[in-house]
Design a protein around this ligand. Structure first.
Ligand code: PLP
Length: 402
């Protein structure tokens, strides 16, 4: 092995999709081309002023200048538990069933290291957020992908899960509101999933990073199913809820042995999240979300409607998303998703995410993030109209190499 060669575990991962996209954009911008980036799920809106003011005040307190604890501040965890009770009707022990994360990605990436052993198997969605695969691979465990079919509302088919599960399976990941499809899960789905996980004695890891971005009814937490309390962990994020991706804060709630193992792991690799951010974000959940949430959802609802309607007018088949801030559409028949995204970018400067970046089952799809104003989405649609990629009706073979 060469001196500077990365570890085999790192080499086992595909290059992180968004790192590749960022490079492509940087090259185009350096060349002076117009780029309309609808590829990355990073809100264009600023962190709201009341949250910034709370951070600023807390930042002047010397008590917040020292090392935080790995589990997070008890005061912040109490605020989170109060919000959870209010939002989902589930009462949590803030100290035993809740831990603060440096963004939900940190927890999702580290959780497998805390509970898995080499040889263990983990079920995860395809298409799906790439970090489930990465965390599982770093832990030396084996990722097993299950299919999210459009015909099933992009929910897992429990018969598929049952077929894929083996005695080595330890964890099943689910993610609703879903990235990349925008699908939602119902309480009835969680009930069936938890009952199945009980029969198979599995841990359910639920990624609820988009729980506050929805267009109609608020989506449930898996902990609304009482039997989940003993075998599930759910990951939440402040990133999308409060336009705080840059501040890095999330939290995990769930069965004490699972949250406890994650905190023990974290104590060995990080020293917690900055306290001023913890205090301000946890405050915002109870004091500010009731006014901020509806306004934020109205912004994304308008963008969603413009994008869905515009794409449909262009002949692109899309399912209307019920949550998160993505639109998942079909690429023109006969074209691969990477070739399509490259063609669109080269001709229009519009950056879409090729569906295959979320797994093999994402082939044939692309994702748009609704993270630009309506005017930008409109401009992207007009540029796409010029290219007319869906001119041939979907399902009718068109030349892949126009
Ligand atoms: N989970 C999903 C499904 C995501 O799409 C993302 C980010 O895009 C995250 C988790 C991580 O968010 P954060 O680490 O900012 O909380």
């Amino acid at each position: 092995m060469a001196t500077h060669e990365p570890s085999k575990r790192l080499q086992a991962l595909p290059r992180y999709l968004f790192a590749e996209l960022e490079r492509k954009r940087a090259d185009a911008e350096a060349a002076g081309r117009e780029v309309i980036d609808l590829s990355i799920g990073d809100p264009d809106l600023p962190t709201p002023p009341p949250v910034l003011e709370k951070i600023a005040v807390a930042a002047t307190d010397p008590a917040n200048h020292r090392y935080p604890t790995s589990a997070g501040m008890p005061a912040a965890r109490r605020d989170i538990a109060a919000w959870f009770a209010n939002r989902f009707g589930v009462s949590l022990d803030p100290l035993e069933e809740c831990a603060i994360l440096i963004g939900s990605k940190e927890g999702i990436g580290h959780f497998p290291l805390a509970i898995l052993n080499p040889g263990d198997e983990v079920l995860m969605p395809d298409p799906g957020y790439p970090v489930y695969f990465a965390g599982t691979t770093f832990a030396g465990a084996t990722p097993i992908r299950y299919v999210l079919r459009e015909s099933n509302g992009f929910l897992p088919d429990l018969a598929d899960l049952d077929r894929l599960a083996t005695p080595r399976t330890r964890v099943v990941w689910v993610n609703y509101p879903n990235n990349p499809t925008g699908a939602l899960a119902t309480r009835a789905f969680y009930e069936a999933l938890v009952a199945w996980a009980e029969r198979r004695d599995l841990i359910v890891a639920s990624d609820a990073a988009y729980s506050e971005l929805y267009f109609d009814e608020p989506p449930p937490s898996i902990f609304e199913i009482p039997a989940a309390r003993g075998r599930a962990i759910e990951f939440h994020s402040f990133s999308k809820t409060f336009n705080m991706t840059g501040w890095r804060l999330g939290f995990a709630v769930g069965a004490p042995p699972l949250v406890g193992a994650l905190v023990r792991l974290k104590a060995n690799v990080d020293s917690g999240a900055p306290q001023a951010i913890q205090l301000a974000a946890a405050w915002a959940l109870n004091a500010y979300l009731p006014t901020h949430g509806p306004a934020l959802r109205a912004v994304y609802r308008e963008r969603r409607d413009v994008a869905v309607e515009g794409l449909r007018k262009l002949g692109c088949p899309v399912t209307e998303p019920g949550g998160a801030f993505y639109v998942w559409g079909r690429v023109p028949a006969g074209e691969r998703s990477i070739a399509f995204a490259a063609r669109v970018f080269d001709h229009t400067g519009v950056m879409l995410t090729p569906g295959v970046g979320f797994g093999e089952q994402g082939e044939g799809y692309f994702r748009i993030a609704l993270t630009g104003p309506v005017a930008v989405i409109d401009r992207a649609l007009r540029l796409l109209e010029g290219l007319a990629p869906w001119k041939a009706p979907h399902g009718v073979a068109s030349s892949p190499s126009r």
